[in-house]
Every structure is written in structure tokens, then in C-alpha cells.
Design a protein around this ligand. Structure first.
Ligand SMILES: [Zn+2]
Length: 116
């Protein structure tokens, strides 16, 4: 691939990410009145992601169900619980769970000190 094409490709991907972010914004706006439309926006965002092979920004990844792809709003379409080392997000549509590890500040400090 020539240098020029490579550059073009990354521009297209930038644009794709922007479109994905925009779709999530729309999903957020619609959720109150029309949650089904939010799911549709998420679906479209996913399609763009696959089409241009871009990664979803991690904050957006957490806003959709890994299993049924619906748009997740904590307290409304999802239940979020903190465990010791991870967060569980339960999708209230398909009742499946997703887990995301996190580190409490204390654990992180201890580990940082170990490395130092
Ligand atoms: Zn689900």
C-alpha cells in the first residue's frame, strides 16, 4: 500500500469513529422516548464498526449489551453492580451479564509501589 492510501484509510476510520460516537449520542437522546430507536442506532454503529474495522471506544462498548446488542442505560435497561475487582453489568433485556475488571485505587497504589 502506498503512503497516500494508508493516510486515506486512517482518515476514513477517523470518520467512522466519529459517526459511531454520533450514533451513540443519538441513541442517548432517543432513549427516553423511544428505546427501540436507540437499539437501532447501536446496531448501525456496530455495522459501521465492522465495515471499517474500527474498534469501539471502550466507554461506548460498555453502553451496549455484548449478547443482544441493545443499548444499555444503567438504572433503566441495565443493572450495574460493583464487586471486589470487577463491575458486573446485567442487561435487563436478555438478563445476561458482562464483567469488566477494574482496580480500586488502593489495589492500584499497592501494585504501583511494587513495580517502583
Ligand atoms: Zn442483552
Amino acid at each position: 500500500m502506498t503512503r497516500k492510501r494508508k493516510k486515506q484509510k486512517s482518515l476514513i476510520r477517523d470518520l467512522a469513529v466519529q459517526r459511531i460516537e454520533r450514533l451513540f449520542e443519538l441513541a442517548d437522546n432517543e432513549f427516553g422516548q423511544n428505546p427501540k430507536r436507540s437499539d437501532r442506532y447501536v446496531y448501525l454503529a456496530r455495522r459501521i464498526g465492522m465495515r471499517y474495522r474500527v474498534r469501539f471506544p471502550s466507554k461506548l462498548k460498555r453502553m451496549m449489551c455484548k449478547h443482544c446488542r441493545s443499548y444499555l442505560v444503567p438504572g433503566s435497561s441495565a443493572r450495574v453492580r460493583l464487586r471486589k475487582r470487577y463491575i458486573t453489568v446485567t442487561c435487563l433485556r436478555c438478563n445476561k451479564q458482562m464483567r469488566y475488571p477494574y482496580k480500586s485505587r488502593k489495589v492500584k497504589e499497592v501494585e504501583d509501589n511494587k513495580l517502583a
